[in-house]
Design a protein around this ligand. Structure first.
Ligand SMILES: C[S@@+](CC[C@H](N)C(=O)[O-])C[C@H]1O[C@@H](n2cnc3c(N)ncnc32)[C@H](O)[C@@H]1O
Length: 256
């Protein structure tokens, strides 16, 4: 297991070491020229960054497919950790789910609130996820790659497991084994110079599938499904995986 894929110094407040949150997500704004409510939110949530051209049909189909795997149906409650402007929850709300989420960006959370006024929203950090109020399904789509370290991610996943009544899913996770190929592909698509200028100091966190299996088992979720399905039209997605997990009937064992 490589805990050093993202450099961390112990004892440093991780909240002060999150260039993506401060330089990218906090600054993102809605562009009304993008079209529909959903299209505007997809762009605000980062599907507009030059690594593909995801249309609404492909996005809705991705959301519906992942919801079906997680067993989500009308009337279920789904909480998205790092919900951004609400692009992932939008289709679930249309399906008749109760939706809610937290996000560290106040601006993005405001766009989620406007699009989904019946939702429950919290302006907070993933490490502060409220575990006392449980939801049927707890999701996190396209967020773990921005976490500052595997230790932080482990804590976040454990909190998600405590909050989830029926299942949890972590979607769009960059795979550690594909890191070099992913970064080469990203540089090629954006052009070397433009990529270096835009992403200087901004590195993604990569994960092993086995890390999810071990961390989820320790949290009492040993029924796990990991899938490689990509979002049509989104190049980044081709080297990422989706994790679905369901709790054991038995209480969790000791950490492994
Ligand atoms: C790619 S967007 C995904 C938005 C949404 N889940 C979706 O799929 O439409 C990533 C979001 O994660 C949020 N985020 C990243 N790290 C976070 C953290 N540690 N705590 C809370 N939010 C975080 C960002 O502010 C941003 O809104």
């Amino acid at each position: 297991m490589q805990d050093n894929v993202h450099v961390i110094r112990s004892g440093v407040d991780e909240r002060r070491r999150r260039p993506y949150l401060e330089n990218v997500w906090a600054a993102r704004r809605l562009d009304p020229a993008r079209g529909s409510l959903l299209a505007q939110r997809m762009a605000a949530d980062g599907l507009d960054t030059g690594f593909g051209d995801v249309d609404e049909v492909s996005w809705r189909s991705f959301v519906r497919h992942t919801a079906a795997v997680a067993g989500i149906g009308a009337g279920d409650s789904v909480f998205d950790v790092g919900c951004g402007a609400g692009a992932y929850l939008y289709e679930l709300s249309a399906m008749g789910c109760t939706v809610g989420g937290l996000d560290a960006s106040e601006a993005l959370l405001g766009y989620a609130r406007t699009a989904l006024p019946g939702g429950r929203w919290s302006h907070s950090d993933a490490s502060e996820l409220d575990v006392d109020e449980r939801w049927d399904v707890v999701a996190s789509c396209g967020v773990f790659l921005y976490f500052p370290s595997l230790d932080y991610a482990r804590g976040g996943l454990a909190r998600m497991a405590r909050k989830a009544r029926r299942s949890l899913m972590v979607l769009e996770v960059p795979e550690l084994a594909k890191r070099e190929a992913t970064e080469a592909m990203r540089r090629r698509l954006r052009g070397e110079e433009a990529y270096a200028a835009k992403y200087d100091g901004l590195s993604h966190l990569y994960f092993e599938k086995a890390w999810f299996e071990a961390t989820l088992c320790a949290a009492g979720f040993s029924r796990i499904r990991i899938a490689d399905r990509a979002i049509d039209g989104y190049a980044n997605s081709a080297t990422r995986f989706d994790v679905f997990a369901w709790p054991d009937a038995r209480p969790p064992g000791p950490p492994r």
